[in-house]
Design a protein around this ligand. Structure first.
Ligand code: TMP
Length: 210
């Protein structure tokens, strides 16, 4: 059985990743593929418990380094229990956020040493790396407006505009540094137009048909 493919959805707040992930998962299932749709932080019972800790409470509840370690504790559990087994049985995994969110939120925007983050990637993720990363790009003001409409402000939405500007620049820098893995998706358009851009990127980069 061939190993499945691993697609990650990344970007700032309110970029529409979750809606697009559901649509892509449905479209891949219609091709006869087994698709595991999951998210981070979370995706396994242990990682969902860590999600509660890390996303709730005051904006300064955790330092950026502590957040990095919590994200990686959650990610390791998710990789061990959900992502790796799925890929090994040939399923495709579509994950709402993954390691690039730590690089962008805790690293580029939060100031954590990129050396620490790449060491965690090396030791904790080992060979589990995305085949394709879709980076949903949107002006922070628009993203925060959309996220606010969704209600229930979370810790990262309450950080300042400068944080969100560094975040966007951080994601775009990842896309620029790793063009073979990453595709930037303009998230400002209508849902249908964004879905078409997502599908075009997946078809162009991964063998979807048999
Ligand atoms: P979301 O489910 O709305 O995408 O929220 C997850 C939040 O967690 C979002 O604000 C980004 C943040 N986050 C990090 O800061 N670092 C990470 O590594 C991950 C996976 C998420």
């Amino acid at each position: 059985m061939a190993r499945g493919r691993f697609i990650t959805f990344e970007g700032g707040e309110g970029a529409g990743k979750s809606t697009q992930l559901k649509r892509l998962a449905g479209r891949l299932q219609a091709q006869g593929l087994e698709v595991v749709a999951t998210r981070e932080p979370g995706g396994s019972p242990g990682a969902e418990a860590i999600r509660e800790l890390v996303l709730n409470g005051a904006a300064d509840r955790w330092s950026a380094v502590t957040e990095t370690l919590l994200m990686y504790a959650a990610r390791r559990d998710h990789v061990e229990r959900v992502i790796r087994p799925a890929l090994e049985r040939g399923a495709w995994v579509a994950c709402d956020r993954f390691a690039d969110s730590t690089r962008a939120y805790q690293g580029a925007a939060g100031g954590v040493d990129p050396g620490l983050i790449s060491a965690l990637e090396r030791f904790i993720l080992a060979d589990v790396r995305p085949d394709l990363t879709l980076i949903f790009d949107l002006a922070p003001k628009e993203g925060l407006r959309r996220a606010a409409g969704r209600g229930g402000e979370m810790r990262f939405e309450s950080k300042g505009m400068d944080f969100h500007r560094r975040l966007r620049a951080g994601f775009l820098a990842i896309a620029e540094a790793e063009p073979a893995r990453c595709a930037v998706i303009d998230a400002a358009g209508e849902i249908e137009a964004v879905a078409a851009a997502v599908w075009a990127a997946v078809e162009a980069r991964l063998a979807v048909h048999g």
